[in-house]
Design a protein around this ligand. Structure first.
Ligand code: GLN
Length: 531
C-alpha cells in the first residue's frame, strides 16, 4: 500500500494537547490494522533537543537508534506502541544544517539557495524519509508551534506543497484549536478557531478536520458554526475535552467517528476498528483501588514535563498493580541529612531519575542514604545509580573519598568515570538501545525473567570497573552488565525490600499496555509498605 500522510497543526495557543490528539489518531488507525508511524517537525533552531535545558524544554526523549528528541515522541510511542527512529524528529536546525552542508559541498550547482525551494524540499524529503524507512501505511506528522508563528512558516509551506506533490486523497490536514469558555457570559467562543483557520488558509492550507480543545462539551450548533465558517464537514469538527485519563482520548475520538472520517477521506478500506484491548485497559484504569504514594526526587521538578516519561511509567506500573498513584515531585536541592526524615515522611517509594552536573548532589545522596537505611522501596535511574553506588561506597564501605568525575574531577577515588574511548569520540554520549545481561539468581533476574534485555541509554559516565571488586563481599550486587562494552548496567541491594538502580532509562520503553517490569515491580514493592 502507498503511504498516506496526515499533518497535524495547532492554532490559538500552545500546549493544546495536539501531540496527544495526533497519537490518539495513530492508535485508532493502528487498531484498524494499519501500520502507523509518527514524526514531529519542530520549528526551533536547535539541531536536536539534546542540549536544551529540561527546565525550558522538558524531557529529552531517546529512540532505539539513539536520537535525542522532543518529548512528544514519548507520547507517540506510548500511544501507538511502535519504536520510532531518528527520522521521526526533525527541527529547523537539522534542516538548515543539511542544506548548508549541501551548499558547501557544491550540491546546488551554484544556484542561489533559498527557503523555497531548498529548505522546503529538505523538509519534504524528511517527511518522505520517514515513510521510506518505516514502510508505514500512514505517517502522522505533527508540526510544532502555533500557526501564525514566524518560525513554522517553512514547515507549513512544505506541507502545503506536499499535498500538491502527492495528491489530495493521500494527504489530510488536521488542525487543533482552543474553544475558550467565558465565565461572565457563560459562553464557549468559536472566534479564535475561525481566526486560526483563516490564518492557515492564508498559507494555502484548508484543514480537512478541526479538533477543538475545550473544558466542556461543545454544543452541536457551535460545531455547525465552525464547520460553516471554516469550510469543513460538520462530522469533521471534533471535540477534545480536557481528560483526566489521557489514554482515553482514542476512545473519545472513536465515539465521534474520527477514524472513519479519516479513512473515508484517505480512501482507505480497512478492517473495522478493534479498540477492545485498549478499552479494557481504560476500564481497568477507571476502577483502580486505593493509592500508592511515590516521591520523585529530582533537580528539574519545577517543570512538570522534565520527567514526563518517568511519571507515565510510574502510572503504568500502578495500573498494572490495580492501584491509583500519587506522584509527588520533590526538589532535591531542598533536601539535607537534617530535614530528610520530615521531607520524605509518608512515602511508600522513592524514585531518583536521571540528571546531569553537580547540582543537588548532596540532597540526592541524603535521599539515597535515607531510603537505604529505612528500607523504603527505591528505584534509581542513571545518575540515580551513580549516586547509589557512591553513597554505598562512602557510607557502608567507608570509602569517604568515593565520587564521580562528573562532579569531582580531582577525586582520588573515581568510582564513576568516563571511558577513554568516549572521550576520544568527542566526549560523546552513550545513546540508544544496548543489551544488558542479567545475572542469574538476582532480584533483577526474577523481575525481568529474561537473560538478556535491551534498554535505552543516555549517559556519558559509568561505573569504573576497577572498583567493582571493592563491593564483592558487600550487600550490593551488580546484577546486569553489557558484555560488549563491559559496562555495569544494574545494581541492587540484597538486604532491602526493593533497592534497584540502573544505568539505562527504563522509562523510555514503558507503554500503558506493556508496562516496564522495573516499574511494575517497584510499585508492587511500594504497595507492601504500610503505615
Ligand atoms: N549525568 C550522568 C551521565 O552523563 C547521568 C546521565 C543521566 O542520568 N541521564 O552519565
Amino acid at each position: 500500500m502507498k503511504t498516506k500522510f496526515i499533518f497535524v497543526t495547532g492554532g490559538v495557543v500552545s500546549s493544546l494537547g495536539k501531540g496527544i490528539n495526533a497519537s490518539s489518531i495513530g492508535r485508532l488507525l493502528k487498531c484498524r490494522g494499519l501500520k502507523v508511524f509518527m514524526q514531529k517537525l519542530d520549528p526551533y533552531i536547535n539541531v536536536d533537543p539534546g542540549k536544551m535545558s529540561p527546565l525550558q524544554h522538558g524531557e529529552v526523549f531517546v529512540t532505539d537508534d539513539g536520537a535525542e528528541t522532543d518529548l512528544d515522541l514519548g507520547h507517540y510511542e506510548r500511544f501507538i506502541d511502535e519504536n520510532l527512529n531518528r527520522y521521526s524528529s526533525v527541527t529547523t536546525g537539522k534542516i538548515y544544517l543539511k542544506v548548508i552542508e549541501k551548499e558547501r559541498n557544491g550540491e546546488y550547482d551554484g544556484a542561489t539557495v533559498q527557503v523555497i525551494p531548498h529548505i522546503t524540499n529538505e523538509i519534504k524529503n524528511s517527511i518522505l524519509n520517514v515513510a521510506k524507512t518505516s514502510k508505514a501505511d500512514i505517517v502522522i506528522t505533527e508540526i510544532g508551534g502555533t500557526v501564525g508563528d514566524i518560525e513554522s512558516l517553512p514547515f507549513l509551506e512544505a506541507i502545503r506543497q506536499f499535498r500538491r506533490d502527492i495528491g489530495y486523497r493521500d494527504t489530510m490536514y488536521i488542525h487543533n484549536t482552543l474553544v475558550p469558555y467565558l465565565e461572565n457570559s457563560g459562553e464557549l467562543k468559536t472566534k479564535p478557531t475561525q481566526h486560526s483557520v483563516k490564518e492557515l488558509r492564508s498559507l494555502g492550507i484548508n484543514p480537512d478536520m478541526i479538533i477543538l480543545r475545550a473544558n466542556r462539551s461543545i454544543p452541536q450548533s457551535q460545531k455547525e458554526k465552525i464547520a460553516l465558517f471554516c469550510d469543513v464537514d460538520v462530522e469533521a469538527v471534533i471535540e477534545a475535552q480536557d481528560q483526566t485519563i489521557l489514554y482515553e482520548m482514542p476512545n473519545i475520538f472513536a465515539q465521534q467517528g474520527v477514524d472513519s472520517y479519516i479513512c473515508r477521506h484517505l480512501g482507505l478500506n480497512t478492517a473495522p476498528l478493534d479498540l477492545n484491548k485498549w478499552s479494557e485497559m481504560i476500564l481497568k484504569i477507571k476502577n483502580l483501588k486505593g493509592e500508592v504514594k511515590i516521591g520523585l526526587v529530582g533537580k528539574y521538578v519545577a517543570l512538570k514535563d522534565s520527567y514526563i516519561s518517568v511519571n507515565e511509567s510510574l502510572k503504568h506500573g500502578a495500573y498494572y498493580n490495580n492501584t491509583n498513584i500519587k506522584i509527588i515531585p520533590i526538589d532535591s536541592g531542598s533536601l539535607t541529612n537534617e530535614n530528610i526524615k520530615t521531607k520524605l515522611d509518608g512515602f511508600q517509594g522513592i524514585v531518583i531519575p536521571g540528571g546531569f552536573d553537580s547540582g543537588h548532589i548532596n540532597g540526592t545522596m541524603a535521599t539515597i542514604k535515607f531510603v537505604r537505611e529505612n528500607k523504603i522501596p527505591f528505584l534509581g535511574i542513571c545518575l540515580g545509580m551513580h549516586l547509589s553506588v557512591i553513597e554505598y561506597a562512602r557510607n557502608v564501605l567507608g570509602f569517604t573519598a568515593a565520587s564521580s568525575i562528573e562532579f569531582d574531577q580531582a577525586t582520588p577515588m573515581p568510582i564513576i568515570t568516563v571511558k577513554e574511548s568516549r572521550k576520544e569520540n568527542g566526549d560523546s554520549m552513550r545513546l540508544g538501545l544496548y543489551d544488558c545481561e542479567i545475572k542469574p539468581g538476582t532480584k533483577a533476574a526474577a523481575i525481568y525473567n529474561k537473560k538478556t534485555v535491551k534498554e535505552r541509554h543516555r549517559h556519558r559516565y559509568e561505573i569504573n570497573n576497577e572498583y567493582i571488586k571493592f563491593f564483592s563481599e558487600s550487600d550490593l550486587t551488580f546484577s546486569g552488565f553489557n558484555n560488549d562494552e563491559n559496562i555495569v548496567e544494574l545494581m541492587e541491594l540484597n538486604n532491602h525490600p526493593f533497592f534497584i538502580a540502573c544505568q539505562y532509562r527504563p522509562e523510555f520503553l514503558s507503554r500503558p499496555n506493556r508496562p516496564h517490569p522495573l516499574f511494575t515491580s517497584f510499585i508492587s514493592a511500594a504497595m507492601q509498605r504500610h503505615f
